[in-house]
Write a new protein. Structure first.
Length: 479
C-alpha cells in the first residue's frame, strides 16, 4: 500500500464516522438503518474510486512457428546386438527409406569383406535384416553401407564385441551307443567344454566316458552330482521322473531326445528361430512337436512345423528334439551349420549363472561430449570408472544395490568401463554418426507458458453505485 492508499483509507473512515453521527442526531428517526447503510456504501464508493484497482487477464502467447521436418532418407531405424557369444549368428535389423529413383544396395561388411547384402527398391520404405557369423573374438567395428550404383549414399559404424563362450559341463544319458551322442560329445570337447557320458550297454552296466571332467561313479544321479552340470542331454527312456524333478529344482537344463526317429524320413529344409537356414536333413515329417501353450519352437521347416521346442520346466529349461541325425552335417562337410544348431539348443537349455554385478548404459547410441547415464547393480562397495574417469555415484532411494552416475565421454571409439572387479567396453560414436536415428527422436519444443497481465479497472464501476446512493439520500431527506 502506498501513502495515497493510506490517506484514502483514513479519510474514508473519518468521513463515514462524521456522516453516521449526523444521521443519528437527526430528529427524524425513520429509516435510520437504511440511511446509515447507504451512507457507508457512498463513502466506500468514493474511496474505491480513488483507489487504483486492477484485474488480471491471461493471454496465450503466439506459438512459435514450427518448420515441418522433411522425412529423413536412408537408414531411419536400426538395431543390433552390441555383444555376442562366439559362434552365434549376428543380425542387424532396421528400416530403410529410399527416396531416389534408383535401387539401393545395403551392404554389411567387416574386415574388408562383404558379409551380407540386399536391395531396396526405388521410392520404397522397407524393413531389412542382414546377418553374419563373426569368426573373431574381441572388439571390432563393422560397417553398413547404402550404395546406388557407384555412389555411396550412407555409411554407418556397427560396433560389436564377441565374447568367449563360457565352457559348459554336459552330462549324456543314453540307452544305447549312437553316432549322434558320439559326434556331439567330440564337438563339445573341441569347443573346450566338459563332458561326462553314461551309456547303458547291459542290464545295470554302463559305459562311461569323461572328457575335461574328473572320473567318478555315475550309477546314482544324486543332487550333489547333478549340481556339477549345466545341461543334461538324454533320451526319454534313459532318465526317470525323480532325476527330472531334481533337474527342475536345481535349474539345470535338459535336452530330451525322443526314442524313435520315425519310419518315413525324407529330406526337409529346416531353419533356426533366428531365421538362419540349415542344410537339408532327412527327417520324418510325422515327428513334429506341438508349439504354443508355453512351447517355443526353435527349429521349424518351411511349413512352420516344429521339430525342436523349448519350454520352462521348474527353475530350468526343457528342450525337446525330434532330430536324430544332425551328425550327417559333419560328414557332409557342414561344421558351421552343425555348430550353429547345437549352440542354439545348448544356449536355450543351459543353466544361467547369476551375475555378480551389472552395468547398464543409456542411451545405446552414445555420442562424444554428450551425457551418458551409467547404472551399476552390485552388492559390493560401488566403484565405477569410465574412460579413465572416476564417477560419483548416487544410490537408488529404494534399491540399495543400484547406483547411477553421469559420464561425459571425451573420446570416440571403444572406451573402458571398470567396476574394480570387472571390465566392460562401450563404443562412443562421433557426433555425425547415425544422424537419422537422432532425427527420428527430436527434442521436444517446450510449450510457452500463458502470460498474465494486469489491466486497470475503470472508476465508472464505483461512480454508478455512488450516484444511486446520493439519489436515495436526497429522496429520503425530501420525504
Amino acid at each position: 500500500m502506498t501513502t495515497w492508499n493510506y490517506f484514502l483509507l483514513v479519510a474514508g473512515v473519518i468521513v463515514a464516522g462524521w456522516l453516521i453521527i449526523q444521521e443519528v442526531r437527526r430528529p427524524k428517526k425513520g429509516r435510520l438503518a437504511a440511511r446509515i447503510v447507504v451512507t457507508l456504501v457512498a463513502v466506500a464508493c468514493l474511496v474505491v474510486a480513488g483507489w487504483p484497482l486492477y484485474v488480471s487477464r491471461e493471454e496465450a502467447p503466439p506459438r512459435p512457428a514450427v518448420k515441418a521436418a522433411t522425412p529423413a532418407a536412408g537408414i531411419v531405424a536400426c538395431d543390433w546386438p552390441r555383444r555376442l557369444s562366439a559362434g552365434a549368428e549376428w543380425q542387424v535389423q532396421g528400416r530403410y527409406r529410399n527416396n531416389t529413383t534408383r535401387p539401393v544396395i545395403l551392404r554389411l561388411a567387416g574386415f574388408d569383406t562383404t558379409l551380407d547384402s540386399l536391395v531396396i527398391a526405388p521410392q520404397q520404405e522397407s524393413s531389412f535384416s542382414l546377418s553374419a557369423l563373426p569368426l573373431h573374438q574381441g572388439r571390432a567395428v563393422y560397417r553398413i553401407t547404402a550404395m546406388a550404383g557407384k555412389d555411396t549414399l550412407e555409411q554407418q559404424p556397427l560396433p560389436l564385441e564377441v565374447m568367449p563362450v563360457t565352457p559348459l559341463t554336459v552330462l549324456f544319458l543314453a540307452q544305447a551307443p549312437d553316432f549322434e551322442n558320439r559326434f556331439l560329445a567330440d564337438w563339445l570337447v573341441q569347443q573346450g567344454n566338459a563332458v561326462a557320458m553314461r551309456t547303458l550297454v547291459a542290464k545295470n552296466k554302463y559305459l562311461l566316458r569323461f572328457s575335461n571332467f574328473p572320473q567318478q561313479s555315475l550309477d546314482v544321479l544324486t543332487p550333489a552330482l547333478l549340481d556339477k552340470f549345466d545341461v543334461v542331454i538324454s533320451q526319454a527312456g534313459a532318465i526317470d521322473r525323480g532325476t527330472r524333478a531334481r533337474l527342475e529344482e536345481a535349474g539345470i537344463g535338459l535336452v530330451l531326445k525322443a526314442d524313435s526317429a520315425g519310419t518315413q524320413p525324407r529330406p526337409l529344409q529346416l531353419k533356426l528361430r533366428s531365421g538362419r537356414r540349415l542344410p537339408v536333413l532327412y527327417t520324418d515329417p510325422g515327428q513334429v512337436l506341438p508349439s504354443g501353450n508355453g512351447q517355443l519352437p526353435l527349429v521349424t521347416d518351411s511349413l512352420h512345423r516344429a521339430y525342436v521346442t523349448v519350454s520352462l520346466a521348474g527353475a530350468g529349461k526343457l528342450v525337446r528334439s525330434h532330430l536324430f541325425n544332425t551328425y550327417s552335417w559333419q560328414l557332409e562337410g557342414q561344421p558351421a551349420a552343425y555348430g550353429q544348431y547345437w549352440s542354439a539348443l545348448l544356449e536355450a537349455a543351459a543353466r544361467k549363472k547369476a551375475t555378480v554385478e551389472k552395468v547398464t548404459v543409456h542411451p545405446a547410441i552414445a555420442r562424444v561430449y554428450q551425457p551418458l547415464d551409467l547404472q551399476l547393480e552390485t552388492a559390493a562397495i560401488p566403484t565405477l570408472q569410465a574412460g579413465g574417469i572416476r564417477l560419483s555415484l548416487a544410490q537408488h532411494p529404494w534399491l540399495p544395490y543400484r547406483h547411477s552416475g553421469t559420464w561425459w565421454p571425451q573420446k570416440t571409439g571403444w572406451q573402458q568401463i571398470n567396476t574394480g572387479t570387472s571390465v566392460s567396453w562401450n563404443y562412443i560414436f562421433r557426433d555425425d554418426d547415425w544422424k537419422n536415428l537422432r532425427a527420428m527422436h527430436p527434442s521436444s519444443v517446450p510449450t510457452p507458458l500463458r502470460q498474465t497481465s494486469l489491466l486497470p479497472l475503470s472508476p465508472l464501476w464505483w461512480l454508478m453505485p455512488l450516484f444511486f446512493t446520493l439519489i436515495f439520500l436526497w429522496w429520503e431527506k425530501k420525504m
